[in-house]
Design a protein around this ligand. Sequence first.
Ligand code: FES
Length: 111
Amino acid sequence: CSSQTTPASGDWQAVGTRAELDKTGQLLAKNSPAGPVLVVGTSKAGNLTAVDPTCTHAGCTVAWKAEAKKFACPCHGSEFGVDGKVQKGPATNPLKTYAAKIEGDSVVVKP
Ligand code: FES
């Protein structure tokens, strides 16, 4: 389990607002200060997950499939779990993950 929160070291980056996230249960920030970030979850449920949605196969942007609780790549069909781990190839490397939380009205992430 590598996603434990560590004491804040000041490099949390805002990637969007709580309202944006809660509207659809996901928030894609293509040009956040931390790079592309896809946050899924809602502020109420407090179950935020954030990944770099750049597919590790050839760089397409993966989409969150809420029903299946996984990320799916539209290009060649790779699938990744909420933890970023590969569930189905051709990708072999996991998605990069971020710690994510709500801070005031903002959604913030940290590599
Ligand atoms: Fe995602 Fe090929 S770029 S499966």
